[in-house]
Design a protein around this ligand. Structure first.
Ligand SMILES: Nc1ncnc2c1ncn2[C@@H]1O[C@H](COP(=O)(O)OP(=O)(O)OP(=O)(O)O)[C@@H](O)[C@H]1O
Ligand SMILES: [Mg+2]
Length: 457
């Protein structure tokens, strides 16, 4: 049977230590002793006890002094006081100093066992609470990725699940949703964390140059190849290769990539020998790869290889509950970076952030916050520090189609909402004038406000 907990008995009298030891051991507690205050502090620093039974009257350092020292310790032991003198004054003082319970000698066995049991339960609850708080904190913040929305929580779970494996992963999401951050988190949580994480943006590079970057080349592979060169697959050996914007890779290069994924070996351009590598590939795209397959610009076999494990990052607009957390995170980061005292976000400024549709997603939010932190004259971030388009936004003339589609009703409602808010802002929330600007009559506007849950000011 496992022990009910570890108890430290602090008493200068040997007979007391013996009695308590027998009593507690019979109830399946493991017992440790200290003969005086100094020894008690030393032991409490060294190990974790469920409960400390502490005699109040001891030579040298008395129980109250020990208790005071306990309060300064991180482990802050749960303490039950024992004293031969039923002094209510000392009892009060001890509880004020945080003692859990108080028992007078001579005591009844049941009395002491009940007090120890309650104290041990209290310790267990404190630990549980601490653990929960810690895990909650961690869950809202997984390797620097912030998010409490259900969608992001799923992303955290998926990262934790797939990280230890070797499987190829596809990260999908609009620009600025955090694809590279996720790729880095996977790498950092994998057994490859100490090996390189190598990123290449395939979108910026012409096809032949891209191949030479990825696979390297042999000496004389083409005019100008005066020496041989390692490709990124070799650089990333043992680690992770992040292929950003895979949808832009040419069909020919796609075929070569497929081969490395399947065979785990390749040749340098113009090279003759097969080079074996152990590289995990994480690919990312902001396009709909399936559509690309249908259009014939993306190989279906490569698509199926990449599509085994897909991590989808939703647009920020669809997880607005993450906006306050992200805003705080970036405020903290940029205040530190700019050596400013921590700024606070005014509630009305937060509202502007919550209402905005964030076409540039988290990156746009990050930029907005950085700018506001730098421009803020004091330590308060107000809405007027944000770019004007945030409060009176119009959708892009060029509408983006997110990977997951575009729910028309929701988007139109959001648009309607922002036009109405803009008109209200413009007229200092004069509904009659706002209705005129919007060319609707006042009752229509007031109905819309109700339906859209916009509270008149
Ligand atoms: N959930 C998040 N928590 C904290 N920071 C985030 C989060 N998502 C994105 N960021 C930050 O936003 C910025 C953009 O993220 P990242 O570069 O990973 O996006 P991306 O999807 O790769 O964008 P693009 O498609 O434009 O390359 C980075 O500075 C990143 O640290
Ligand atoms: Mg990126």
């Amino acid at each position: 049977m496992s022990s009910n907990g570890k108890i430290l008995v602090v008493d200068d009298e040997e007979i007391m230590r013996d009695v308590l030891s027998t009593l507690l051991a019979a109830e399946n507690y493991s017992v440790d002793f200290a003969h005086n205050g100094a020894q008690a502090l030393e032991k409490a620093r060294e190990s974790d006890y469920s409960v400390v039974l502490l005699d109040l009257m001891m030579p040298d350092m008395d129980g109250l002094q020990v208790l005071e020292q306990f309060r300064k310790m991180e482990s802050n032991p749960v303490t039950v006081i024992l004293t031969a003198f039923a002094s209510i004054e000392k009892a009060v003082k001890a509880t004020k100093l945080g003692a859990f319970d108080f028992i007078t000698k001579p005591f009844k066995n049941d009395e002491i066992l009940l007090a120890v049991k309650n104290a041990a339960e209290h310790r267990r609850l404190l630990d549980e609470n601490l653990r929960l708080k810690k895990s909650l904190r961690e869950r809202y913040n997984f390797k620097n990725i912030i998010g409490k929305s259900a969608a992001m929580q799923q992303v955290f779970d998926l990262i934790a699940q797939v990280a230890p494996r070797r499987s190829t992963i596809l990260v999908q999401g609009d620009s600025g949703t955090g694809k590279e951050l996720v790729a880095k988190a996977i790498h950092a949580s994998s057994g490859r964390a100490d090996a390189p994480f190598v990123a290449i943006n395939c979108g910026n590079i012409p096809s032949d140059l891209l191949e030479s970057e990825i696979f390297g080349h042999a000496k004389g592979a083409y005019t100008g190849a005066t020496s041989s060169k390692k490709g990124l697959f070799e650089v990333a050996d043992g680690g992770t290769l992040f292929l950003d914007e895979v949808a832009t890779i040419s069909l020919e290069t796609q075929a070569k990539l497929l081969r490395v994924i399947q065979e785990r070996e390749f040749r340098r351009l113009g090279g003759l020998e097969n080079i074996k590598v152990d590289v995990r590939i994480i690919a990312a795209t902001n396009r709909d790869l399936q559509a690309a397959v249908e259009q014939g610009t993306f190989r279906d076999d490569l698509y199926y290889r990449l599509n085994v494990i897909v991590i989808k990052l939703p647009p920020l607009q669809e997880r607005s509950e993450d906006v306050p957390l992200l805003a705080d995170h970036f405020i903290k980061r940029y205040c530190e970076e700019n050596e400013k005292e921590l700024c606070v976000l005014e509630p009305s400024a937060l509202k502007v952030l919550m209402d905005y549709h964030w076409p540039g997603n988290v990156r746009e939010l990050e930029n907005v916050i950085e700018r506001a932190v730098v421009l803020a004259p004091g330590n308060v971030i107000t809405a007027d520090l944000f770019p004007k388009n945030l409060s009176h936004f119009l959708p892009d003339s060029q509408v983006r189609i997110p990977v997951d589609g575009l729910p028309l009703k929701e988007r139109v409602t959001n648009y309607e909402r922002s036009l109405i808010l803009a008109a209200l802002d413009h007229t200092d929330w004069n509904q009659k004038r706002a209705a005129e600007l919007l060319s609707v009559n006042a009752t229509t506007l007031s109905e819309k406000l109700k339906r859209l849950k916009i509270k008149p000011r």
